[in-house]
Design a protein. Structure first.
Ligand code: FES
Length: 135
């Protein structure tokens, strides 16, 4: 039986936002999905604005399914312009809500986006841990 995705999910799958690579990124996050073996890589460009670290640009590459691509597409839109702390706290439920819902069996796929973004933020913080940074 075909998986039932809503129109918004299909639109993000067909025209994913922010898919690609950032050359010389400020941080990279890579995670795998234990359930299916798919993978997600996130690239970040971080900029200091008014003393805060802001996500200026974000791109992703994935071996993921419709649900993974659509949730990552929308999550990258949601975190652009946010502080690293704000971005860290945007989870799969936020992405699924913004997409108008995902089939319950595909919710595990939506972990890839938020986990890869968190891994990239961890990478950024690790590289800058000796520098006093605001969030
Ligand atoms: Fe692997 Fe969806 S089935 S991410």
């Amino acid at each position: 039986m075909a998986m039932q995705y809503n129109e918004k999910v299909m639109e993000h799958f067909r025209h994913p936002r922010n898919m690609g690579v950032i050359e010389n990124p400020d941080a990279v996050g890579f995670v795998g999905n234990k359930t299916c073996g798919d993978a997600m890589k996130i690239f970040l460009r971080v900029e200091k604005r008014n003393g805060k670290n802001i996500i200026k640009d974000i791109k992703f590459q994935t071996y993921g399914c419709v649900s993974a691509i659509a949730t990552t597409s929308i999550t990258t839109e949601m975190v652009k312009g946010k502080t690293l702390d704000e971005a860290y706290n945007i989870g799969r439920a936020d992405a699924a809500r913004e997409l108008g819902g995902l089939p319950p069996i595909k919710m595990h796929c939506s972990n890839l986006a938020s986990e890869a973004i968190q891994a990239a933020i961890d990478d950024y913080r690790k590289k800058h841990k000796n520098i006093k940074e605001n969030v």
